[in-house]
Design a protein. Structure first.
Lengths: 228, 203, 320
């Protein structure tokens, strides 16, 4: 696939959140305000870039049996660095993201891309893939957060929209609103994919980094030859 | 370090709050992947949740002392993320091996979920939150247990709802994950009723 | 699952009851409460009910048009949902909010899941809770009840509901028991008049649309538990949305158990949760949340109370 294709697949076709269904926790949690969403997206993208690059560079060196713990260590190291940077340069973002900043380390997108792509491709390709996925992730977060913030608090990026202040639907910024908007967005993407004639994926076990490890647990009963 | 007195009542409040009011899945959005993935069948849901409770307790029991006796005194607080996730990953591996060798029956039913739990944000989340909230050791264990219990409650409730969804008939675009998420939003809405009960009950 | 094939064993007896007939009976049973709402809250009550019912029917029609499904607005279930939702709203609710709530009830809670019979949650109750969370101030602004029929705009006199007063501990301002019984107190449109609702209960019971189990057990449980805690049980069962919820919403076919014991358990659970929320929770009224929580538990309740078919042998689960 071309470099451009590699990049754009992360945006719609293989959008990490809406199609591959990875990284759902931070998506739901940080999409209450657009500024937080962008911050989270950026932080995750940086970690993704670094980890994809590093893992790809070391892919011939890391022994296969211990590769998951090695990836985790690498990713954790990058997350710690990003954590420290955010704490130093954007303390309000640190406050806002709270526990979800360190939780980037278990973000399935990062581990998933490492497992599925970075350890099989060159550094260059992995970096492009990471960029695409990161942009797709950030874009999704941005859309979700915009919807939730505009309808839920009548504001955008923290700036109140005067007309909407009287029509606030507070539930949008609460937990149920998150689930709801997320569900609707996935339905929209499904519709787009259906129109293009692409088959809909069921809860993708194939893109989950633990797929091989969980084997029998069957994330979905139609997992990899899983016993139900 | 926790400088407050640990009371039994305080522990009950932490426990019940974690289960009902600050439910890890329905309010904090931790552990969504297994929640959506493994809640289809009741026995899978219960099995997964018990494994989660177990790992949460164990992880708390190990990470809390490490933070307070190893990292903090030596000014290594920033290593928290790396150390915690490594501890959890190793712990899970270790538990799996031990289970396989000594309690094969348990391993066959619960062991399969253990690798899934390693990258579950709920477990890492609870270990970090224990530190953030400055809980004492006992309180941390209670919090871990409560969070796991909340996870179990959410899973069991949702398994029932999902069995209803099986015979549902949503529009094509909503089939599968979207309708599941909308059902989850309704379940999440119902938990708002518990606001205030715990504090007022034990005030 | 195929939509059109219903396989059942003989004998095949058709009862002549259709959804439309059942819904019509429910609407008739709701007329007394509707009349009471006009008496106590004025002409705006008609507006709210009308808006809710119309919004419900229109959203169902539009949804079925867009998704190319057969139109079901003729079965009157949308009208019932709209009316029930309206009865759960304060009279001063902005009409656009009421319309939005109706749309949510029909589209999100009922139609998205497949339409009538496929929803696991009661549409009116869920929409009411969603509105409470979405528009907290509008949903908790109560108007004092009147005894004179109003033809114009509603009085801007705000009052607290009996439950609100009880929760705040202000016993001096509480309305008397007869006022609670007839409905002369602040509250949502359809919930204030115990008399009107009980008439509806009798209608539904006599026509066989509902069974006695859920409403009686639900109300009795609240009575017993509030009495055990030391609160005034009679006041509790006459206040708030308990009677409305127990009679009309805890008996919804789709979201509640269908076995007798299942209904008893439903009533029991709902009663306990209602008491807890009323006495200790932050919200003064717990009926909506209780019913929704029990709706969520219903699949499990149905499993527990499923009667064993004749001759079935329960296999022992093999050791895993």
């Amino acid at each position: 696939m071309t470099k451009l294709d590699n990049f754009t697949k992360g945006i719609i076709r293989e959008n990490p959140v809406l199609v591959l269904v990875l990284g759902t926790c931070p998506t739901l949690a940080t999409s209450t305000q657009t500024s937080n969403a962008i911050g989270m997206g950026a932080a995750a993208t940086i970690v993704l870039l670094c980890s994809n690059a590093a893992i790809s560079a070391l892919r011939k060196v890391i022994p296969d049996k211990v590769r998951i713990p090695c990836y985790i260590v690498l990713i954790a190291a990058f997350v710690t660095i990003v954590q420290m940077l955010v704490k130093a340069f954007a303390p309000s973002l640190n406050e806002a993201l709270g526990i979800y900043l360190p939780l980037i380390v278990v973000n399935c997108i990062i581990l998933g891309r490492a497992e599925m792509y970075a350890n099989k491709n060159t550094v260059g390709d992995s970096v492009v893939d990471a960029l695409g996925m990161g942009v797709g992730f950030t874009l999704t977060l941005f859309v979700m957060a915009s919807i939730r913030e505009i309808f839920g608090s009548g504001a955008w990026f923290g700036m109140a929209i005067p007309f909407l202040q009287n029509f606030k639907i507070s539930i949008m910024t609460l937990a149920p609103g998150g689930f709801f908007v997320f569900g609707c967005l996935i339905a929209v993407v499904n519709r787009i994919m259906m129109k293009k004639g692409k088959p809909r994926r069921s809860l993708g076990c194939k893109s989950c980094p633990c797929a091989e490890a969980c084997g029998k647990a069957s994330c979905e009963t139609e997992g990899k030859g899983a016993e139900a | 370090m926790a400088g407050h007195i640990v009371s039994f009542k305080g522990c009950i409040v932490i426990l019940m709050s974690a289960v009902l009011v600050n439910n890890y899945v329905l309010s904090k959005f931790l552990g969504i992947c297994p929640f959506l993935g493994v809640s289809k069948k009741l026995d899978q849901a219960t099995g997964m949740s018990i494994a989660v409770i177990f790992v949460m307790l164990l992880a708390t029991a190990v990470t809390w002392p490490i933070q307070h006796y190893l990292l903090d005194p030596n000014g290594l607080g920033y290593m928290q993320t790396v150390v915690f996730i490594l501890v959890i990953a190793t712990l899970v591996q270790f538990v799996e091996i031990v289970l396989k060798k000594y309690i094969p029956g348990l391993h066959a039913s619960l062991g399969v979920y253990l690798p899934l739990i390693t990258t579950n944000c709920a477990v890492l989340g609870v270990t970090i939150l224990n530190i953030d909230e400055s809980y004492s050791f006992i309180e941390s264990l209670v919090n871990a247990f409560g969070s796991g219990l909340g996870f179990l409650l959410a899973m069991v409730l949702f398994a029932g709802v999902r069995s209803r969804l099986e015979s549902g008939d949503p529009p094509e675009a909503f089939k599968g994950l979207p309708i599941t998420l909308i059902a989850a939003s309704i379940v999440s809405v119902s938990f708002f009723g518990f606001a205030g009960i715990i504090e007022n009950l034990f005030a | 699952m195929s939509e059109n094939m219903i396989v059942s064993v003989s004998p095949h007896v058709r009862s002549g009851m259709t959804t439309q007939k059942i819904m019509a009976i429910v609407l008739i049973a709701l007329i007394p409460a509707f009349a009471a709402s006009i008496v106590f809250f004025g002409a705006r009550a008609i507006a709210v009910v009308a808006v809710c019912a119309c919004a419900a029917v229109i959203s169902e029609y539009i949804f079925e048009k867009i998704t190319k499904r057969p139109s079901t607005i003729g079965d009157l279930s949308a009208v019932v949902t709209g009316v029930l939702l309206a009865f759960n709203l304060p009279v001063s609710i902005p009409l656009w909010m009421a319309a939005l709530g109706s749309a949510v009830a029909i589209v999100v809670v009922k139609q998205l899941f497949g339409g009538i019979g496929k929803n696991f949650a009661n549409p009116a109750i869920t929409a009411r809770i969603v509105m409470l969370l979405a528009f907290p101030t509008a949903m908790t602004t109560w108007t004092a009840a009147n005894t004179v029929i109003h033809t114009g705009a509603v009085d801007a006199v705000t009052g607290a509901t009996p439950l609100g007063l009880m929760a705040a501990g202000e016993t001096a301002a509480l309305p008397g028991l007869s006022e609670l019984f007839f409905g002369q107190c602040a509250g949502c449109l359809g919930e204030t008049s115990a008399l009107a609702l009980l008439i509806g209960f009798v209608i539904l019971l006599c026509t066989g649309v509902i069974t006695w189990h859920t409403p009686v057990v639900y109300v009795a449980t609240v009575f017993v538990f509030t009495w055990l805690i030391g609160e005034d049980p009679v006041r509790h069962i006459l206040s708030g949305g308990l009677l409305l919820g127990a009679i009309f919403m805890a008996t919804d076919y789709s979201s509640t158990p269908s076995t007798a014991w299942g209904r008893v358990i439903f009533g029991l659970g709902a009663g306990i949760i209602t008491t807890f929320i009323r006495v200790w929770g932050n919200y003064p009224e717990g009926v909506s949340f209780s019913i929704l929580l029990m709706n969520i538990l219903t699949p499990h309740i149905s499993n527990w109370t499923r009667s064993k078919p004749l001759g079935m042998i329960v296999e022992k689960k093999g050791a895993n």
